[in-house]
Design a protein around this ligand. Structure first.
Ligand SMILES: C[S@@+](CC[C@H](N)C(=O)[O-])C[C@H]1O[C@@H](n2cnc3c(N)ncnc32)[C@H](O)[C@@H]1O
Length: 398
């Protein structure tokens, strides 16, 4: 199995330098054109020289009818100084030992030489030659949480970027606090964050349109060690890694998220076992959601890739903080864990926490057993949903 990087690793190692491909940005942006007319777009984790977000908006400035692009570069970005020395930037003297100078670029005009609505050249130097566009050093460090960047956020309409995954929660809560539209890249596992889950549940945030499976390629700095397979170096020496679990997250609506998931399975209690500790049935695959069950269903988190808010209601998730305490009907401190060769793993069932539990032994994984010989096993995280379209009285029980 090729080892593919996860953003979880990024979070652990605080390695936030992953550069999004232009192709991934183009594929997603095509769902939202109408939102951008006369708008100020803020790319607040984006060194314009490196960021394809900046490049995309510069190239499509006239096509989208943008009012302004603001892009800010963070002091921690490893690449900025050499490029800045190309320009006559007021207040910029670069000393050798002083390597990082955060700055902002504001674009209000992109001359369309061919008159075709797009520019071929997303060259920062070219853009800055236009007196209506400015490159200015920041007083602070370009952190999206800094006062200066918050002032820029206030002037903006839509934030579009791939923020550092290690700061994803803070990034989103700032967008919510300032009531901004956004289209950002994150990881599917972000739904485990309590605050973020509640935004999804309340239909304030949803998945974007274009990525629902597989992994995506990101460019990384030249210093990045390429240990895993699934990595590559191109002919110019640029390094790339593949990251799994990537998703767009947004609060911009698009038609496709209102398409109905076609359900074909009829409910039967043998196939859809009830959890032992939640009043819900277990559904292992999203495509197997029964069409005629009106009670709570525990589905894998990939449900969000198919979630239509007119078809289903999200009630809770099994993650701690994402459900009321009273939803968990049972603890398992009187159960003891065993491996399949009947060796104690030294734990009680209480260590399963809030995981959804089924009375079963699949003969493959660790199980927990009580004094009566009842065996239970835990499933992965589940999102608890209801089918809105089924009448209360049906309840899947004929
Ligand atoms: C995942 S990378 C994405 C870069 C760029 N947005 C893109 O998609 O190509 C996240 C970027 O955020 C920058 N960054 C890290 N901490 C930051 C902070 N506190 N404020 C603003 N940017 C930050 C990093 O330097 C890095 O370039």
């Amino acid at each position: 199995m090729p080892e593919i990087h996860g953003m979880r690793n990024a979070q652990k190692n605080k390695n936030d330098e992953f550069y999004t491909s232009l192709e991934d940005i183009e594929k997603e942006m095509k769902y939202y054109k109408t939102y951008f007319k006369d708008k100020v777009v803020f790319c607040n984790c984006d060194d314009p020289f490196e960021s394809n977000f900046f490049k995309y908006f510069a190239m499509n400035f006239n096509y989208l009818g943008l009012k302004k692009i603001i892009s800010t570069c963070y002091a921690g970005s490893p690449i900025i100084t050499e490029q800045l020395s190309l320009f006559d930037v007021k207040g910029l003297t670069i000393k050798k030992e002083e390597s990082k100078k955060p700055y902002k670029i504001e674009i209000t005009e992109v001359i369309d030489n061919n008159n075709d609505g797009a520019i071929d050249l997303a060259d920062v130097e070219y853009l800055i030659k236009n007196k209506k566009n400015t490159l200015t050093l920041l007083k602070e460090d370009g952190d999206f949480r800094s006062k200066e960047c918050i002032e820029l956020l206030k002037q903006s309409d839509i934030v579009v970027t791939n923020p550092p995954f290690s700061l994803f929660r803070e990034f989103v809560s700032q967008l919510i606090e300032y009531n901004k539209d956004f289209l950002i890249i994150g990881n599917v596992n972000a739904i485990a964050y309590r605050d973020f889950f509640h935004l999804i549940k309340d239909n304030k945030v949803w998945m974007g349109a274009s990525i629902h499976s597989g992994d995506r390629e990101f460019r990384v700095p030249s210093t990045y060690p390429l240990k895993a397979s699934g990595t590559r170096i191109d002919e110019k020496g640029n390094k790339y890694i593949r990251v799994k679990g990537v998703r767009w997250w947004t609060n911009l609506d698009y038609k496709e998220r209102h398409e109905k998931l076609i359900l074909y399975k009829k409910y039967n209690p043998e196939e859809f076992q009830k959890f032992d500790n939640y009043d819900a049935i277990n559904v292992d695959k999203v495509t197997d959601i029964p069409y005629d069950y009106s009670g709570l269903m525990g589905v894998p988190i990939t449900f969000l890739d198919k979630y239509n808010p007119e078809q289903f209601r999200i009630i809770a998730s099994s993650q701690t903080g994402c459900h009321p305490d009273e939803m968990v009907l049972k603890k398992y401190s009187d159960y003891y864990g065993y491996t399949q060769d009947r060796k104690s793993n030294g734990r009680t069932g209480a260590t399963m926490g809030n995981n959804p539990i089924l009375v079963k032994d699949d003969k493959k994984h660790v199980y927990y057993e009580n004094k009566d010989g009842i065996r239970v096993q835990s499933t992965y995280c589940r999102i608890f949903i209801e089918n809105i379209e089924i009448g209360e009285d049906n309840n899947g029980r004929e």
